[in-house]
Design a protein around this ligand. Structure first.
Ligand code: GUN
Ligand code: ZN
Length: 677
């Protein structure tokens, strides 16, 4: 679709975790909340025998999108006649989003090797899908098998892209799905993804992965998803073609897949295979049904086994659909809560190939970092598996450049990180710290200055207690600790039991607030145009007042008085992640001390005035953005001539705000208009 036509679809991301996201996909006025799975509907089996009617998929199970095969419909005279008469939605009796596939998969299944093709004209099948009223139609891509060599895969890809280009505009009223191919060749996967992005289509399946999943090569699946997504970018909804087992869903969502399709729920059922979250069981070998879905809560395996085959397969299909629904619900709740990694780790423990796949994520730590939000509400880590999480690299980068505002030659180190949850220990570390000593807490992230302990992920994190880390986490921590601690001449370690070993100074609680604020600003923003962030925002030009919580002693707000004694709000503290929100005066200082594009979201000419009035920035109006911006970062909203319109908080990463066509990019906190007096 060319950019001057209004798109028939939109995709909006509201919340993200790792590279996974909660999104809303709209096409032809129909809406799907992602991540979501499409049950595959076999047009020959609809409501016949063991088939589950599409209307039930929507009404009972909440599946708001289904997929069926246009090739199967078209080659049957009976089906195609009926579909022509009633339209696809009428024929299927389904008001949700209907996606159709093209026949590519049949080529793969029955046409032999890669490139073997069913008897179809590539443009005909696209026109046909649109003519029967499909919402999302698929081009006739070439299915490249994993064994295919680089040359063959590149040739397949060339053909796929040529067909995609000529298919553009031939299916009116229908979203065109252009699958990413490339086999196991990761450079081709990225190239293919980039090609699909450049076409400007609004929907991207990742294809050719069924044989990879069938051979349990989940590590390769990780490589293929990430390489494809690198080319596609985050703005297009990504559909993992043929993935429909509960075990693979958390991993695939965490890597940025939004949609899935499953024929397995029905195929497995025909063989009496019963899905659970972590494996597939055989009905004949089960003492009971370990599930409380409507099928299983009132039946035992013997009840099902005594039924006619069709009736049994119908019920097992429904159970399988409930397990998939439950898995998706858990994934969505986890994204909302920021705990998707924990769900991925649980899936890793279900199966050694899945474990290997989760380990493979570490090779793609940079991809994950670019997509993951800056902060979350909770961080749990039980093993070295979680070293792939962006929090480790980000903390490492920040800590290795961090310098305290005053030069402290010694350090008093709390070695028991669990102790940072104890009020008694925190009191000692604060109130009794010897003068000239930097209080530090040793954590698996590294040696963290106590001043920044409230910042995510430190105080939100839960690790095994000291002595119970696995070798990988222990090794990581030791390496970091030793390199950081070298900065100090004098180290006192304390495990938090008994009295602190060196009780020299006695600080009243307020003494250290300013140092704490300065340290937090340094961790959060680093250097701004050669100066530390705190020197830019709190430049000693006027008297500072720090308001703390009476109950917890934590910093709440920072004000600065001008020559007339008028107080200006500089910063406010976010209780949930211990980071500062910039208020207008601080934003002006950051803007003045830095140059574009650092910290900036650059908006389209003529739209900045809205933001100056306090309205949010939409992705559609973002022209460019600092590549380092992640969801949750505080950002400056500026025009093309770097005029400052507003300050606010990024909802999505920089690449998504630049590529995206719908949704909020920045929630504006303070607009320039309000401050122009
Ligand atoms: N179904 C499963 N995999 C594929 C694929 O790669 N392409 C198409 N069109 N359909 C599929
Ligand atoms: Zn069940």
């Amino acid at each position: 679709m060319s950019s001057d036509e209004s798109p028939i679809s939109s995709f909006e991301v509201k919340v993200s975790d790792l590279a996974g996201r909660l999104g809303t996909y709209m096409v032809n006025g129909r809406r799907v909340h992602t991540p979501e799975l499409m049950p595959v509907v076999n047009p020959n089996r609809m409501g016949v025998g063991s088939g589950v009617p599409p209307s039930e998929l929507l009404e009972s199970f909440g599946y708001a999108m289904i997929i069926t095969n246009s090739y199967i419909i078209r080659r049957s005279e009976r089906l195609s006649e009926e579909v022509q008469k009633r339209g696809l939605h009428g024929f299927l009796d389904y008001p949700g989003v209907i996606m159709t596939d093209s026949g590519t998969f049949q080529s793969y299944m029955y046409g032999g090797k890669s490139g073997g093709e069913v008897d179809l004209d590539p443009l005909d099948i696209v026109r046909y899908q649109s003519s029967i009223g499909s919402d999302v139609g698929t081009i006739l891509d070439r299915f490249t098998v994993p064994e295919c060599d680089h040359e063959g895969a590149a040739e397949d890809l060339r053909v796929t892209m040529e067909r995609a280009r000529s298919s553009l505009g031939t299916g009116p009223g229908m979203e065109l799905a252009v699958p990413v191919q490339g086999g196991r060749h990761l450079d081709l996967r990225t190239l293919s993804g980039k090609g699909v992005f450049d076409l400007g289509v609004g929907y991207a399946p990742i294809g050719g992965v069924v044989p990879i999943m069938e051979s349990y090569d989940y590590p390769l699946l990780v490589d293929v998803i990430v390489s494809s997504k690198k080319g596609l970018g985050p703005s297009i909804p990504a559909h993992l073609f043929g993935a429909g087992h509960p075990m693979v869903l958390p991993l695939a969502v965490a890597l940025g897949c939004d949609l899935f399709d499953s024929a397995s729920y029905a195929k497995f059922a025909l063989d009496d295979r019963y899905m659970t979250r972590y494996r597939t069981l055989h009905l004949g070998e089960m003492p009971n049904l370990p599930c409380s879905c409507p099928v299983c809560s009132t039946r035992g395996p013997e009840d099902l086994l005594s039924m006619e085959k069709d009736e049994r397969a119908g019920l097992v299909s429904r159970h399988n659909l409930w397990v998939l629904r439950e898995t998706l619900n858990e994934i969505k709740a986890a994204i909302m809560e920021g705990t998707l990694w924990e769900v991925v780790e649980r899936a890793a423990m279900s199966n050694p190939s899945m474990y290997s796949a989760v380990r493979r994520i570490k090779e793609h730590a940079r991809y994950l970092e670019e997509n993951a939000p800056r902060t979350n509400r909770r961080f749990m880590s039980s093993s070295g598996l979680s070293l792939a999480r962006p929090e480790f690299q980000r903390m490492h980068d920040r800590l290795s450049t961090f310098a305290s505002p005053e030069k402290l030659a010694g350090a008093v180190v709390l070695t028991n990180w669990s102790g940072s949850h104890s009020t008694r220990i925190i009191r000692s570390m604060w109130d009794e710290q010897p003068d000239g000593m930097q209080p530090i807490i040793r954590t698996p992230f590294g040696a963290v200055p106590f001043d920044v302990d409230d910042m995510y992920p430190v105080s939100q994190s839960i690790f095994p207690t000291p002595g119970n880390l696995d070798a990988e986490l222990e090794g990581y921590m030791k390496g970091n600790y030793l390199s950081f601690i070298k900065r100090y001449d004098n180290i006192i370690e304390w495990d938090g039991t008994g009295e602190m070993p060196l009780d020299a100074g006695h600080h009243s609680p307020g003494d250290l607030d300013l140092r704490r604020a300065r340290c937090i600003l340094r961790m959060q923003f680093g250097k701004i145009g050669g100066s530390w962030a705190d020197e830019v925002m709190i430049p000693d030009s006027g008297p500072i007042s720090i308001v703390t919580s009476r109950r917890t002693g934590k910093i709440r707000n920072i004000f600065e008085a001008d020559a007339d004694g008028k107080k200006h709000h500089l910063l406010s503290m976010r209780a949930e992640d211990g980071h500062f929100n910039l208020r207008w005066v601080a934003a002006v200082r950051v803007h003045g001390a830095s140059s574009a594009p650092r910290f900036r979201v650059i908006v389209e000419e003529g739209t900045g005035d809205y933001n100056a009035q306090g309205f949010n920035v939409f992705c559609r109006f973002v022209k460019d953005a600092d590549g380092e911006i992640r969801a949750g970062d505080d950002v400056l909203v500026v025009g093309e001539r770097d005029e400052l319109f507003a300050v606010g908080r990024a909802v999505v990463s920089s690449r998504l705000m630049v590529d995206g066509r719908s949704g909020i990019a920045v929630k504006v906190r303070d607009g320039a208009k309000k401050w122009a007096v």
